[in-house]
Write a protein that binds this ligand. Structure first.
Ligand code: PHE
Length: 448
């Protein structure tokens, strides 16, 4: 096996997997998706999806990775010699590029808000003014593209210097800190007038507000947030030691990721109702609401700075893991040197991200099915690529992969008890995940 220089050491693999999972998906995307899909019912479907599809697919990716100690393509070749399943890897590569494409634009917005916070601009404004502030940011192509390019430059600089491990070490302090800060903000939001309305919106499932499109969104959100369906966690699995407890690690990643998303909702929604912001505001939701939250707190200036800095690090650990998918692929499968693979990945990403950053201004009239380029990328990445990737992974491990390998991986070669976990895993992978995903696709495409 080629020497695998990468972002995850064996020891830090689990922390790194959490670092990949927790990011803008939880803090930015989860609240606005919940807001657009009626709140409580969406969240209930989301949690069920994590339990019956999300965690089983995380575990499947770990199993594929650890049983072969290689990237997805090599793994599928080794597990199914002579078969063409490895072609699925190309879908993972395209999917990962699309995710980085729109994701890095939002990372750019985070840097802008970090800058605004540092300049003391995030205080003494009305909710309406915060709304205009965001609108003027996205309407400005230079600022949007500029921040996005800066973010990408930082991302690929970190990767080319080989200091991902340093970033991971920093984020091992930053992540728990982000968690604590979220709890403090939640308490603060819960004390706002009208907080009850926000909580009711989040936790009272009103199914009349949920459409089947919303169910698809919940599935897509779960897959994006957990970083599954595009083989990202296969790479982490490949670094796990033989005595690592895969089931426990998969549950840990799923649980922590979900907790951060729910906390983000509890931080945002009481404030949404208290400030009179529309819960259906979409991608701009947290940018309209957060400054108002900071403004109400003593030492708001510092809270804002700290918050955006932590979110920046959480996003960086996610984009590093995302970029690693095509980079590892180019190195291990196409024998490219690491610097070359990084340059190619950076260039392709730059093109996609620039298009996404321009889709609110210069290219705002370029629309497909009523969606601009950014929205298209966001939708295609989570609701199509990651979901179909998750479907493939579930079907592959559930139906095709050798059961003995799965049993060995779950029990660490027979040393642990597998029993009920194995039955649950196989049941979810064989029936629950494929039936739910295929049903929702057939329904939405009008076939049933
Ligand atoms: N899970 C990350 C987030 O929630 C995004 C991501 C997707 C990272 C896919 C890696 C792979 O922010």
């Amino acid at each position: 096996m080629a020497q695998r220089v990468g972002f995850a050491t064996r020891v830090g693999a689990i922390a790194a997997a959490v670092g990949s999972a927790v990011g803008l998906g939880n803090i930015w995307r989860f609240p606005f998706e919940a807001g657009m899909n009626g709140g409580g019912a969406f969240i209930l479907v989301y949690i069920c999806c994590i339990l019956v599809m999300g965690i089983p697919v995380i575990l499947s990716e770990f199993i594929i990775g650890r049983s072969t100690h290689s990237n997805m393509k090599a793994a599928l070749r080794r597990l199914s010699p002579g078969k063409k399943y490895y072609l699925f890897t190309y879908i993972c590569i395209v999917g990962s590029f699309i995710v980085i494409g729109f994701y890095s634009v939002v990372c750019g917005w985070i840097i802008e808000y970090l800058y605004q916070a540092a300049m003391g601009q995030l205080s003494n404004h009305t909710p309406q003014e915060y709304n205009e502030m965001f609108s003027s940011l996205v309407a400005n192509p230079w600022r949007c593209v500029g921040w996005t390019v800066l973010f990408l430059a930082l991302n690929f600089l970190v990767m080319s210097r080989g200091i991902e491990k340093g970033i991971e070490r920093v984020s091992r302090i930053m992540m728990p800190l982000l968690f604590v800060i979220l709890i403090i903000f939640c308490i603060n939001s819960l004390l706002m007038p009208g907080a009850g309305k926000g909580l009711k919106f989040l936790f009272y499932p009103d199914f009349s507000q949920l459409t089947l499109r919303g169910v698809l969104d919940a599935f897509g959100q779960a897959f994006l947030s957990l970083s599954i369906g595009i083989s990202c966690l296969v790479t982490y699995g490949s670094y796990f030691k033989d005595d690592a407890l895969l089931t426990r690690d998969a549950v840990t990643v799923g649980a922590l990721d979900t907790l951060v998303a729910i906390l983000s909702g509890v931080m945002i929604f009481p404030a949404v109702f208290s400030f009179g912001v529309e819960p259906t505001a979409g991608p701009r939701l947290i940018f309209e609401v957060l400054p108002g939250i900071f403004q109400q707190m003593t030492g708001g200036y510092l809270w804002a700075l700290l918050f955006f800095l932590l979110v920046f690090f959480a996003s960086l650990t996610s984009t590093i893991s995302l970029s690693e998918i095509p980079i590892t692929f180019m190195i291990e499968e196409h024998k490219m040197s690491r610097p070359r693979a990084i340059v190619w990945t950076a260039l392709l990403t730059l093109v996609l991200s620039t298009l996404a950053a321009l889709s609110f201004n210069v290219l705002e009239d370029v629309k497909l099915w009523g969606k601009n380029i950014f929205d298209m990328m966001d939708y295609a990445a989570s609701n199509i690529f990651m979901l179909l990737g998750g479907l493939f992974t579930a079907v592959y491990v559930g139906w095709i992969m050798d059961r003995k390998i799965i049993h060995d991986q779950l029990t660490n070669g027979g040393r642990l008890k597998g029993g009920i976990v194995e039955t649950y895993l196989i049941f979810c992978l064989r029936y629950v995940a494929p039936v739910s995903i295929i049903f929702i696709f057939l329904y939405l495409t009008g076939i049933i």
